[in-house]
Design a protein around this ligand. Structure first.
Ligand SMILES: [Zn+2]
Length: 467
Protein backbone atom coordinates (compact mmCIF):
# COMPACT_ATOMS: atom_id res chain seq x y z
CA UNK A 1 0.00 0.00 0.00
CA UNK A 2 2.73 2.40 0.97
CA UNK A 3 4.70 1.54 -2.17
CA UNK A 4 1.62 2.23 -4.26
CA UNK A 5 1.13 5.64 -2.65
CA UNK A 6 4.74 6.54 -3.26
CA UNK A 7 4.46 5.46 -6.87
CA UNK A 8 1.35 7.57 -7.35
CA UNK A 9 3.09 10.50 -5.70
CA UNK A 10 6.10 10.14 -7.98
CA UNK A 11 4.06 9.79 -11.13
CA UNK A 12 1.81 12.73 -10.35
CA UNK A 13 4.85 14.82 -9.45
CA UNK A 14 6.56 13.98 -12.70
CA UNK A 15 3.50 14.85 -14.79
CA UNK A 16 3.14 18.13 -12.88
CA UNK A 17 6.74 19.00 -13.51
CA UNK A 18 6.80 17.96 -17.17
CA UNK A 19 9.17 20.50 -18.60
CA UNK A 20 7.71 23.84 -17.59
CA UNK A 21 10.24 26.64 -17.67
CA UNK A 22 9.79 29.48 -15.25
CA UNK A 23 10.90 32.91 -16.32
CA UNK A 24 10.73 35.85 -13.94
CA UNK A 25 11.03 39.52 -14.79
CA UNK A 26 11.28 42.06 -12.02
CA UNK A 27 11.41 45.86 -12.19
CA UNK A 28 11.27 47.36 -8.71
CA UNK A 29 13.92 50.06 -8.56
CA UNK A 30 12.82 53.20 -10.36
CA UNK A 31 16.17 54.90 -9.66
CA UNK A 32 17.80 52.53 -12.15
CA UNK A 33 16.93 51.28 -15.60
CA UNK A 34 17.83 47.70 -14.73
CA UNK A 35 15.51 44.70 -15.00
CA UNK A 36 16.23 41.47 -13.18
CA UNK A 37 15.49 38.25 -15.03
CA UNK A 38 15.76 34.60 -14.05
CA UNK A 39 15.20 31.41 -16.02
CA UNK A 40 14.52 28.24 -14.08
CA UNK A 41 14.17 24.76 -15.58
CA UNK A 42 11.51 22.33 -14.30
CA UNK A 43 14.25 20.13 -12.81
CA UNK A 44 17.93 20.89 -12.21
CA UNK A 45 20.08 21.00 -15.35
CA UNK A 46 23.48 19.37 -15.45
CA UNK A 47 26.40 21.50 -16.63
CA UNK A 48 27.82 22.18 -19.17
CA UNK A 49 25.08 24.51 -20.40
CA UNK A 50 24.70 27.59 -22.58
CA UNK A 51 22.46 30.64 -22.47
CA UNK A 52 21.71 32.58 -25.65
CA UNK A 53 20.27 36.03 -26.42
CA UNK A 54 18.66 36.56 -29.83
CA UNK A 55 20.52 38.64 -32.43
CA UNK A 56 17.74 38.44 -35.00
CA UNK A 57 14.07 39.35 -34.59
CA UNK A 58 11.51 38.71 -37.31
CA UNK A 59 10.71 41.71 -39.48
CA UNK A 60 13.65 43.77 -38.26
CA UNK A 61 16.17 42.69 -40.91
CA UNK A 62 19.03 43.88 -38.77
CA UNK A 63 21.45 42.76 -36.09
CA UNK A 64 20.31 43.27 -32.50
CA UNK A 65 23.09 43.30 -29.93
CA UNK A 66 20.86 42.48 -26.95
CA UNK A 67 23.71 40.45 -25.43
CA UNK A 68 25.67 43.72 -24.95
CA UNK A 69 23.20 44.97 -22.34
CA UNK A 70 23.23 41.87 -20.12
CA UNK A 71 25.22 42.09 -16.90
CA UNK A 72 25.73 39.99 -13.77
CA UNK A 73 24.86 36.69 -15.39
CA UNK A 74 25.17 33.68 -13.08
CA UNK A 75 24.07 30.12 -12.74
CA UNK A 76 22.70 29.16 -9.32
CA UNK A 77 23.47 25.64 -8.08
CA UNK A 78 21.00 23.46 -6.20
CA UNK A 79 22.79 24.42 -2.98
CA UNK A 80 22.17 28.10 -3.76
CA UNK A 81 25.74 29.03 -4.74
CA UNK A 82 26.18 31.45 -7.65
CA UNK A 83 28.78 30.84 -10.35
CA UNK A 84 29.59 33.32 -13.10
CA UNK A 85 28.80 32.37 -16.69
CA UNK A 86 31.48 33.05 -19.30
CA UNK A 87 30.69 35.09 -22.42
CA UNK A 88 31.70 33.53 -25.70
CA UNK A 89 35.20 34.74 -26.63
CA UNK A 90 34.41 35.09 -30.33
CA UNK A 91 31.57 37.57 -29.86
CA UNK A 92 28.63 35.15 -30.11
CA UNK A 93 25.57 36.24 -28.09
CA UNK A 94 25.97 33.29 -25.71
CA UNK A 95 27.39 32.47 -22.31
CA UNK A 96 28.45 29.10 -20.97
CA UNK A 97 28.91 27.41 -17.63
CA UNK A 98 31.22 24.47 -18.09
CA UNK A 99 31.72 22.82 -14.68
CA UNK A 100 30.79 19.37 -15.94
CA UNK A 101 28.33 17.50 -13.76
CA UNK A 102 27.29 20.38 -11.49
CA UNK A 103 23.53 20.71 -10.97
CA UNK A 104 22.10 24.10 -11.89
CA UNK A 105 18.62 25.25 -10.87
CA UNK A 106 18.47 28.59 -12.60
CA UNK A 107 20.21 31.37 -14.48
CA UNK A 108 19.99 34.97 -13.26
CA UNK A 109 20.97 38.17 -15.02
CA UNK A 110 20.26 41.87 -15.33
CA UNK A 111 19.41 43.99 -18.36
CA UNK A 112 20.25 47.69 -18.53
CA UNK A 113 17.48 49.30 -20.58
CA UNK A 114 18.97 52.80 -20.80
CA UNK A 115 22.15 51.32 -22.21
CA UNK A 116 20.03 49.35 -24.66
CA UNK A 117 18.12 52.44 -25.75
CA UNK A 118 21.26 54.54 -26.22
CA UNK A 119 22.91 51.85 -28.33
CA UNK A 120 20.00 50.55 -30.42
CA UNK A 121 17.62 51.69 -33.12
CA UNK A 122 14.37 52.95 -31.55
CA UNK A 123 12.33 50.08 -33.01
CA UNK A 124 14.46 47.42 -31.36
CA UNK A 125 14.83 48.86 -27.84
CA UNK A 126 12.84 48.52 -24.63
CA UNK A 127 12.54 51.78 -22.70
CA UNK A 128 12.08 53.05 -19.15
CA UNK A 129 10.61 56.45 -18.35
CA UNK A 130 9.15 57.93 -15.13
CA UNK A 131 6.03 55.83 -14.46
CA UNK A 132 6.53 53.57 -17.47
CA UNK A 133 8.46 50.59 -18.80
CA UNK A 134 7.86 49.39 -22.37
CA UNK A 135 9.40 45.97 -22.84
CA UNK A 136 9.97 44.06 -26.06
CA UNK A 137 10.21 40.56 -24.61
CA UNK A 138 12.89 39.40 -27.05
CA UNK A 139 15.17 42.24 -25.97
CA UNK A 140 15.30 40.95 -22.38
CA UNK A 141 14.59 37.20 -22.52
CA UNK A 142 17.08 34.68 -23.86
CA UNK A 143 16.95 30.90 -23.74
CA UNK A 144 18.90 28.04 -22.20
CA UNK A 145 20.06 25.98 -25.15
CA UNK A 146 17.81 22.96 -25.62
CA UNK A 147 14.83 24.32 -23.64
CA UNK A 148 13.36 26.64 -26.28
CA UNK A 149 10.44 24.33 -27.15
CA UNK A 150 9.27 23.75 -23.56
CA UNK A 151 6.16 25.32 -22.07
CA UNK A 152 6.80 28.57 -20.25
CA UNK A 153 5.33 30.38 -17.30
CA UNK A 154 6.61 33.91 -16.83
CA UNK A 155 6.08 35.80 -13.58
CA UNK A 156 6.25 39.57 -13.97
CA UNK A 157 6.58 41.70 -10.86
CA UNK A 158 6.82 45.44 -10.36
CA UNK A 159 5.62 48.21 -8.03
CA UNK A 160 2.27 47.40 -6.37
CA UNK A 161 0.55 50.45 -7.91
CA UNK A 162 1.87 49.80 -11.44
CA UNK A 163 -0.46 48.30 -14.03
CA UNK A 164 0.70 45.58 -16.42
CA UNK A 165 -0.45 44.89 -19.99
CA UNK A 166 0.88 41.88 -21.88
CA UNK A 167 0.20 41.27 -25.59
CA UNK A 168 0.41 37.54 -24.83
CA UNK A 169 -2.66 37.82 -22.59
CA UNK A 170 -4.26 41.19 -23.29
CA UNK A 171 -7.10 42.50 -21.13
CA UNK A 172 -8.75 45.88 -20.65
CA UNK A 173 -8.79 45.40 -16.86
CA UNK A 174 -5.12 45.59 -16.01
CA UNK A 175 -3.23 43.44 -13.51
CA UNK A 176 -1.47 45.43 -10.78
CA UNK A 177 1.97 44.74 -9.33
CA UNK A 178 2.33 41.24 -10.74
CA UNK A 179 1.13 38.97 -13.53
CA UNK A 180 1.68 35.41 -14.75
CA UNK A 181 2.06 34.90 -18.48
CA UNK A 182 1.75 31.42 -19.95
CA UNK A 183 3.25 30.58 -23.33
CA UNK A 184 3.58 27.46 -25.46
CA UNK A 185 7.33 27.95 -25.58
CA UNK A 186 10.15 30.49 -25.37
CA UNK A 187 9.47 31.79 -28.88
CA UNK A 188 5.88 32.70 -28.04
CA UNK A 189 7.01 34.48 -24.88
CA UNK A 190 9.74 36.31 -26.82
CA UNK A 191 7.22 37.50 -29.44
CA UNK A 192 5.23 39.43 -26.80
CA UNK A 193 5.50 42.95 -25.46
CA UNK A 194 4.80 44.32 -21.99
CA UNK A 195 3.73 47.74 -20.81
CA UNK A 196 4.08 48.43 -17.09
CA UNK A 197 3.45 51.60 -15.14
CA UNK A 198 1.00 54.33 -14.18
CA UNK A 199 1.53 56.50 -17.25
CA UNK A 200 -0.08 54.51 -20.07
CA UNK A 201 -3.66 53.88 -21.14
CA UNK A 202 -5.38 50.82 -22.57
CA UNK A 203 -8.72 50.66 -24.34
CA UNK A 204 -10.53 47.70 -25.85
CA UNK A 205 -12.38 48.07 -29.15
CA UNK A 206 -14.88 45.65 -30.63
CA UNK A 207 -13.54 44.33 -33.89
CA UNK A 208 -13.87 40.99 -35.66
CA UNK A 209 -11.61 39.88 -32.81
CA UNK A 210 -11.05 42.01 -29.70
CA UNK A 211 -8.64 44.88 -30.39
CA UNK A 212 -6.59 46.49 -27.63
CA UNK A 213 -4.86 49.83 -28.03
CA UNK A 214 -2.16 50.48 -25.42
CA UNK A 215 -0.63 53.94 -25.56
CA UNK A 216 2.28 55.58 -23.81
CA UNK A 217 2.96 59.19 -24.73
CA UNK A 218 5.55 60.92 -22.59
CA UNK A 219 4.24 64.49 -22.74
CA UNK A 220 0.46 64.00 -22.45
CA UNK A 221 -2.24 61.40 -23.07
CA UNK A 222 -2.95 60.74 -26.72
CA UNK A 223 -6.38 60.59 -28.32
CA UNK A 224 -6.52 56.86 -29.05
CA UNK A 225 -10.00 56.21 -30.45
CA UNK A 226 -8.88 56.65 -34.06
CA UNK A 227 -6.17 54.01 -33.59
CA UNK A 228 -9.02 51.75 -32.48
CA UNK A 229 -10.97 52.64 -35.60
CA UNK A 230 -7.96 52.07 -37.87
CA UNK A 231 -7.29 48.73 -36.17
CA UNK A 232 -10.86 47.44 -36.51
CA UNK A 233 -11.03 48.68 -40.13
CA UNK A 234 -7.75 46.86 -40.83
CA UNK A 235 -9.24 43.65 -39.40
CA UNK A 236 -12.20 43.94 -41.78
CA UNK A 237 -9.99 44.53 -44.81
CA UNK A 238 -7.69 41.61 -43.97
CA UNK A 239 -10.59 39.23 -43.26
CA UNK A 240 -12.05 40.10 -46.64
CA UNK A 241 -8.68 39.79 -48.38
CA UNK A 242 -7.62 36.44 -46.94
CA UNK A 243 -10.94 34.92 -45.83
CA UNK A 244 -9.91 34.74 -42.18
CA UNK A 245 -7.89 36.35 -39.43
CA UNK A 246 -5.17 34.18 -37.88
CA UNK A 247 -5.31 35.73 -34.38
CA UNK A 248 -7.84 35.54 -31.51
CA UNK A 249 -7.08 39.08 -30.34
CA UNK A 250 -4.83 41.90 -31.48
CA UNK A 251 -2.92 44.66 -29.69
CA UNK A 252 -1.66 47.95 -31.10
CA UNK A 253 1.18 49.16 -28.87
CA UNK A 254 2.13 52.85 -29.15
CA UNK A 255 5.29 54.35 -27.69
CA UNK A 256 5.87 58.07 -28.13
CA UNK A 257 8.84 59.08 -26.02
CA UNK A 258 11.38 61.87 -25.80
CA UNK A 259 14.61 60.27 -27.08
CA UNK A 260 17.52 59.84 -24.62
CA UNK A 261 19.90 60.75 -27.43
CA UNK A 262 19.20 63.02 -30.35
CA UNK A 263 19.10 60.89 -33.45
CA UNK A 264 17.58 60.95 -36.87
CA UNK A 265 15.76 57.69 -37.37
CA UNK A 266 12.73 56.83 -39.44
CA UNK A 267 9.76 56.15 -37.14
CA UNK A 268 8.95 52.51 -37.63
CA UNK A 269 6.53 49.83 -36.58
CA UNK A 270 7.36 46.26 -35.71
CA UNK A 271 5.03 43.36 -36.29
CA UNK A 272 4.35 40.39 -34.01
CA UNK A 273 2.05 37.35 -34.23
CA UNK A 274 -0.92 39.15 -32.66
CA UNK A 275 0.31 42.68 -32.08
CA UNK A 276 2.47 45.43 -33.44
CA UNK A 277 4.45 48.19 -31.79
CA UNK A 278 4.81 51.70 -33.21
CA UNK A 279 7.74 53.80 -32.08
CA UNK A 280 8.33 57.50 -32.40
CA UNK A 281 8.92 60.77 -30.63
CA UNK A 282 6.00 62.91 -29.47
CA UNK A 283 5.80 65.13 -32.57
CA UNK A 284 3.26 62.87 -34.27
CA UNK A 285 0.97 62.53 -31.26
CA UNK A 286 -2.81 62.66 -31.74
CA UNK A 287 -4.57 65.26 -29.62
CA UNK A 288 -8.11 65.09 -30.98
CA UNK A 289 -10.30 63.08 -33.32
CA UNK A 290 -9.18 63.10 -36.95
CA UNK A 291 -11.15 63.72 -40.14
CA UNK A 292 -12.17 60.73 -42.33
CA UNK A 293 -9.51 61.80 -44.83
CA UNK A 294 -6.76 61.86 -42.21
CA UNK A 295 -7.88 58.48 -40.86
CA UNK A 296 -7.49 57.02 -44.36
CA UNK A 297 -4.23 58.87 -45.05
CA UNK A 298 -2.58 57.58 -41.86
CA UNK A 299 -4.05 54.08 -42.15
CA UNK A 300 -1.46 52.24 -44.32
CA UNK A 301 1.08 51.57 -41.56
CA UNK A 302 -1.56 49.98 -39.29
CA UNK A 303 -3.00 47.85 -42.09
CA UNK A 304 0.50 46.90 -43.27
CA UNK A 305 1.71 45.81 -39.83
CA UNK A 306 -1.47 43.93 -38.97
CA UNK A 307 -1.22 42.30 -42.41
CA UNK A 308 2.21 41.01 -41.41
CA UNK A 309 0.39 38.65 -39.03
CA UNK A 310 -0.46 36.77 -42.25
CA UNK A 311 2.49 37.64 -44.54
CA UNK A 312 5.24 36.93 -43.61
CA UNK A 313 4.58 35.74 -40.04
CA UNK A 314 2.35 32.88 -41.22
CA UNK A 315 3.27 32.68 -44.92
CA UNK A 316 6.93 33.00 -45.77
CA UNK A 317 9.74 31.58 -47.82
CA UNK A 318 13.49 31.20 -48.15
CA UNK A 319 15.53 31.90 -44.98
CA UNK A 320 13.04 34.17 -43.14
CA UNK A 321 11.66 32.68 -39.91
CA UNK A 322 8.81 34.10 -37.82
CA UNK A 323 10.75 33.72 -34.57
CA UNK A 324 13.96 34.99 -33.00
CA UNK A 325 17.31 33.52 -33.97
CA UNK A 326 20.89 33.66 -32.78
CA UNK A 327 22.27 34.62 -36.21
CA UNK A 328 20.35 36.93 -38.59
CA UNK A 329 19.42 35.04 -41.75
CA UNK A 330 20.33 36.37 -45.21
CA UNK A 331 16.97 36.50 -46.96
CA UNK A 332 16.52 36.52 -50.75
CA UNK A 333 12.88 37.64 -50.86
CA UNK A 334 12.29 40.51 -48.45
CA UNK A 335 10.42 42.05 -51.40
CA UNK A 336 7.73 39.39 -50.78
CA UNK A 337 7.47 39.98 -47.02
CA UNK A 338 7.44 43.75 -47.33
CA UNK A 339 6.61 44.67 -50.91
CA UNK A 340 3.57 42.43 -51.28
CA UNK A 341 2.41 43.61 -47.87
CA UNK A 342 2.79 47.27 -48.89
CA UNK A 343 0.90 46.46 -52.08
CA UNK A 344 -2.11 45.37 -50.02
CA UNK A 345 -2.79 48.77 -48.36
CA UNK A 346 -2.22 50.42 -51.75
CA UNK A 347 -4.63 48.00 -53.40
CA UNK A 348 -7.30 48.61 -50.76
CA UNK A 349 -6.88 52.31 -49.96
CA UNK A 350 -5.89 53.52 -53.46
CA UNK A 351 -3.70 56.30 -52.05
CA UNK A 352 -1.80 57.64 -55.04
CA UNK A 353 0.90 58.99 -52.76
CA UNK A 354 1.91 55.43 -51.96
CA UNK A 355 2.51 54.67 -55.64
CA UNK A 356 4.56 57.86 -56.02
CA UNK A 357 6.71 56.82 -53.06
CA UNK A 358 7.22 53.32 -54.52
CA UNK A 359 8.31 54.86 -57.83
CA UNK A 360 10.68 57.34 -56.19
CA UNK A 361 12.29 54.67 -54.00
CA UNK A 362 12.90 52.41 -57.00
CA UNK A 363 13.85 54.86 -59.78
CA UNK A 364 15.17 57.91 -57.92
CA UNK A 365 17.42 56.22 -55.40
CA UNK A 366 21.22 55.88 -55.42
CA UNK A 367 22.80 54.28 -58.48
CA UNK A 368 24.61 51.92 -56.08
CA UNK A 369 21.23 50.54 -55.08
CA UNK A 370 19.72 50.54 -58.58
CA UNK A 371 22.53 48.39 -59.96
CA UNK A 372 21.76 45.60 -57.46
CA UNK A 373 19.64 42.71 -58.65
CA UNK A 374 16.52 42.14 -56.56
CA UNK A 375 18.17 39.21 -54.81
CA UNK A 376 21.35 41.21 -54.03
CA UNK A 377 19.24 44.09 -52.74
CA UNK A 378 17.28 41.73 -50.50
CA UNK A 379 20.51 40.22 -49.18
CA UNK A 380 21.90 43.67 -48.38
CA UNK A 381 18.63 44.68 -46.71
CA UNK A 382 18.69 41.47 -44.61
CA UNK A 383 20.88 43.19 -42.03
CA UNK A 384 20.52 46.90 -42.98
CA UNK A 385 16.83 47.32 -43.81
CA UNK A 386 16.18 50.23 -41.45
CA UNK A 387 19.81 51.03 -40.56
CA UNK A 388 20.06 52.40 -44.13
CA UNK A 389 16.40 52.81 -44.95
CA UNK A 390 17.21 53.53 -48.60
CA UNK A 391 17.72 49.76 -48.81
CA UNK A 392 14.48 49.01 -46.93
CA UNK A 393 12.46 51.39 -49.11
CA UNK A 394 14.05 50.15 -52.33
CA UNK A 395 13.41 46.50 -51.60
CA UNK A 396 9.80 46.91 -50.50
CA UNK A 397 9.06 49.35 -53.32
CA UNK A 398 10.40 46.99 -55.99
CA UNK A 399 8.21 44.23 -54.49
CA UNK A 400 5.18 46.51 -54.39
CA UNK A 401 5.65 47.64 -58.01
CA UNK A 402 6.10 44.00 -59.07
CA UNK A 403 2.75 43.26 -57.39
CA UNK A 404 1.09 46.30 -59.03
CA UNK A 405 2.25 45.14 -62.48
CA UNK A 406 1.13 41.56 -61.82
CA UNK A 407 -2.22 42.84 -60.57
CA UNK A 408 -2.81 44.85 -63.76
CA UNK A 409 -1.81 41.89 -65.91
CA UNK A 410 -4.07 39.44 -64.06
CA UNK A 411 -7.04 41.80 -64.37
CA UNK A 412 -6.37 42.32 -68.07
CA UNK A 413 -5.99 38.60 -68.86
CA UNK A 414 -9.05 37.57 -66.83
CA UNK A 415 -11.37 40.42 -67.80
CA UNK A 416 -11.22 41.67 -64.25
CA UNK A 417 -12.14 38.40 -62.55
CA UNK A 418 -8.64 37.69 -61.14
CA UNK A 419 -6.16 39.86 -59.27
CA UNK A 420 -3.23 39.84 -56.84
CA UNK A 421 -5.76 39.36 -54.07
CA UNK A 422 -6.20 35.79 -55.40
CA UNK A 423 -2.43 35.32 -55.45
CA UNK A 424 -1.88 36.53 -51.89
CA UNK A 425 -4.76 34.41 -50.60
CA UNK A 426 -3.43 31.38 -52.51
CA UNK A 427 0.06 31.81 -50.99
CA UNK A 428 -1.38 32.22 -47.50
CA UNK A 429 -3.50 29.07 -47.86
CA UNK A 430 -0.57 27.15 -49.34
CA UNK A 431 1.55 28.05 -46.31
CA UNK A 432 -1.24 27.04 -43.93
CA UNK A 433 -1.60 23.65 -45.60
CA UNK A 434 2.09 22.93 -46.11
CA UNK A 435 3.34 24.38 -42.81
CA UNK A 436 6.78 25.17 -44.16
CA UNK A 437 8.58 28.02 -45.94
CA UNK A 438 8.34 27.95 -49.75
CA UNK A 439 11.64 27.85 -51.63
CA UNK A 440 12.81 30.45 -54.14
CA UNK A 441 12.33 27.81 -56.87
CA UNK A 442 8.74 27.13 -55.80
CA UNK A 443 7.65 30.76 -55.55
CA UNK A 444 7.27 31.60 -59.29
CA UNK A 445 5.40 28.31 -59.81
CA UNK A 446 3.02 29.07 -56.92
CA UNK A 447 2.11 32.55 -58.17
CA UNK A 448 1.41 31.05 -61.62
CA UNK A 449 -0.80 28.34 -60.12
CA UNK A 450 -2.84 30.86 -58.11
CA UNK A 451 -4.85 32.12 -61.10
CA UNK A 452 -3.56 29.77 -63.83
CA UNK A 453 -2.13 32.85 -65.50
CA UNK A 454 1.58 32.98 -66.35
CA UNK A 455 3.32 35.76 -64.43
CA UNK A 456 6.89 34.62 -65.12
CA UNK A 457 7.92 37.38 -67.52
CA UNK A 458 6.92 40.07 -65.00
CA UNK A 459 8.62 38.15 -62.21
CA UNK A 460 11.85 37.72 -64.18
CA UNK A 461 11.91 41.38 -65.19
CA UNK A 462 11.72 42.51 -61.56
CA UNK A 463 14.59 40.23 -60.54
CA UNK A 464 16.95 42.39 -62.62
CA UNK A 465 18.76 45.59 -61.62
CA UNK A 466 16.86 48.85 -62.29
CA UNK A 467 17.81 50.47 -65.61
ZN1 LIG B 1 6.71 45.72 -42.90
Amino acid sequence: MRILIILIAISSFSSFSSAQLRYTLSYKDSSASVLKVSVEASSPLTAPLSFIMPRSIPGHYGVCYYDHFITNIFVVSNSGVKYAMVKNGLGAPRWSYADTGRQVVRIEYEVDLNRMERNSMPAEASIVRPGFAGILNYSVFGWIEGTEKQKVQCKVSTFTNWSIFSTNQPAAVLAKGGMDINAENYYELADGQLFMGTAFQVKEFKGITPLFVASYCQTREEWIDDYGLQGTMSMEILKDYFGELPFQHYSIMLIKSLPLEKGNYPSLGMEHLSSSTFFGDTTGMRRTAMSRDDIKRTMPTFLHHMGHALIPLRSYGDAYRPYVMEIPPIINNIWYNEGFMWFLPYDELKLQNMKINFDNSVYKTSSEIKKLSLQQLSQAASTMYSADFRLGRAVFSRGALMAVEMDNYLKEKSNGTRSMKDVLRYLYNWSKENRRPFTMEEFPLLINEACHIDLSSIYKKWLLPIQ
